[in-house]
Design a protein around this ligand. Structure first.
Ligand code: SDX
Length: 426
């Protein structure tokens, strides 16, 4: 506990001494649990001032633009780690030894295939379905195939389910893409890295050999790391809320995917690239900056702003560096990068954005890299969901391993009718 104290005094004479919870880093939290027993609620729409749990997985300092995964800065991980190493760190709390890493990688590789009948699910969708609609469906459907390890109170089952989800998401994501273009599904190649295997399943065909481009493999690995986890964002808190009722982990992940799909959250990468394409050239930027500031215009700068970061999103910095590297190494001159850089420069000197601490977030540059890799825009949020699955499942495991399950059930301030009689219509 903290040496800070809190007292709530109400004008009707009631007084409450409130406990303070102090984390290892970041804000202290005032414990308000006593209030509901005294017919009082806190009111916090959007939960901007509410800590819904205690967690050891990820720390964000929005003022300083800091992101740590189990204490390791995101920049160090993105530059030096393999995605599965980061996945191990998020899931188990410590970096793997070489032996643990090799055993973990082997375990994941042994679960990359999906049940052959799942491929028939895809054929129930229209070819032009949005791949996030397909991912919501097929990820939830996994529960129909792996129910033998769904005793959520059994740690071994939880570990196996975590491995299965981590291993199968790239396979399902690539199947979404292949189905949308009418190409045959490609089976995972366990000789490849996690990122390399995803590129293979996305772009290889049965007709000719496919060599993974190391530049793209490195970029995909980094993009996966930058999206792996981010504390209690909308989709992660959705997963926690679904898990709190005891729902099976596949259903919880499907709920997370659904929440991530929104353009204010994970759908922003798709929305951002469409915005940059709509802007089209540097000379049209002022028009869109004015629209973003106009309260009567629903337009916002996609890829800008963040609930927590009131400084530069550290992931956006790495993403911007990666963007330059990938385009340079591929010899691509994408005019959208010039539009993005100029848009960023202008916005960061505009009082409207400065006063509101609006900076580029993780979604601002990612779309340009994904396009350079050859990923279609409709697949951008699927990539986000693929990479975020390990974060979602790490929080799901943490709930069982440390917090215990208390169903998430917020209250409300009721503003409807008082009781009134219902007379039958004559
Ligand atoms: C992700 O939470 C996470 O960690 C999410 C994430 C993760 O890894 O899980 O980081 C991933 O979701 C990143 C965010 C991606 N979304 C976008 O890029 C969409 C565009 N951004 C906005 O929709 C907005 O910034 C949010 C949703 C991200 C944050 O919204 P908040 O915290 O609710 O802030 P707000 O809407 O109350 O905005 C505060 C002010 C408002 O102006 P005023 O009413 O005070 O005058 O800033 C303005 C807003 O109008 N504003 C913007 C803006 N974002 C906020 N104005 C123009 N363009 C924007 N992008």
């Amino acid at each position: 506990m903290s040496d800070l104290t809190a007292k709530l005094s109400l004008s009707d004479g009631r007084e409450f001494d409130l406990e303070i919870h102090k984390g290892t880093l970041g804000y202290d939290a005032v414990d308000v649990q006593v209030l509901s027993k005294n017919h009082l609620f806190t009111y916090d729409p959007g939960l901007m001032s509410t800590a819904m749990c205690k967690s050891e997985i990820t720390y964000i300092d929005g003022d300083q633009g800091v992101l740590l995964h189990r204490g390791y800065p995101i920049h160090d991980l993105a530059q030096n780690a393999d995605y599965l190493e980061v996945a191990y760190l998020l899931l188990y709390g410590e970096r793997p030894t070489k032996e643990q890493r090799d055993a973990f990688n082997k375990q994941v590789r042994n679960h990359t295939l999906v049940h052959e009948q799942i491929s028939r699910f895809f054929h129930g969708f229209r070819r032009d379905s949005h791949p996030m609609a397909v991912m919501c469906g097929v990820s939830g459907a996994l529960a129909a195939f792996y129910h033998e390890a769904l005793d959520i109170h059994n740690e071994e089952d939880r570990d196996l389910t975590a491995i299965r989800l981590l291993a199968k998401m790239p396979t399902l994501a690539a199947m979404c893409y292949k189905y949308s273009i009418g190409h045959p599904f490609m089976f995972p190649q366990n000789r490849l890295s996690y990122a390399g295997n995803f590129l293979y399943m996305m772009f290889a065909t049965p007709c000719e050999p496919y060599e993974v481009n190391p530049v793209l493999e490195k970029a995909v690995n980094r993009i996966f790391i930058l999206h792996a986890d981010h504390e209690q964002n909308a989709s992660t808190s959705t997963v926690r809320t679904a898990a709190s009722s005891g729902a099976n982990p596949f259903a919880c992940i499907a709920a997370g995917i659904a929440s991530l799909w929104g353009p204010a959250h994970g759908g922003a990468n798709e929305a951002c690239i469409k915005m940059l394409e709509e802007i089209g050239s540097v000379d049209r930027i002022p028009e869109f900056i004015e629209r973003a500031k106009d309260k009567n215009d629903p337009f916002r700068l996609m890829g800008f702003g963040h609930r927590v970061y009131k400084n530069y999103d550290p992931r956006a910095k790495v993403m911007r560096e990666t963007c330059h590297e990938v385009l340079q190494e591929l010899g691509i001159n994408n005019p959208l990068l010039e539009v993005a850089m100029e848009l960023e420069r202008i916005a960061l000197t505009d009082q409207y954005f400065i006063e509101r601490n609006l900076y580029p977030n993780v979604d601002f540059y990612s779309g340009i890299i994904l396009k350079a890799i050859g990923i279609p825009v409709s697949m951008f949020t699927v990539i986000f969901a693929l990479a975020r699955t390990v974060g979602w499942i790490s929080h799901w495991k943490e709930m069982y391993n440390t917090m215990g399950l208390k169903i998430v059930r917020p209250r409300q301030v009721y503003t409807g009718h008082t009781e009134r009689a219902f007379e039958k219509l004559d």
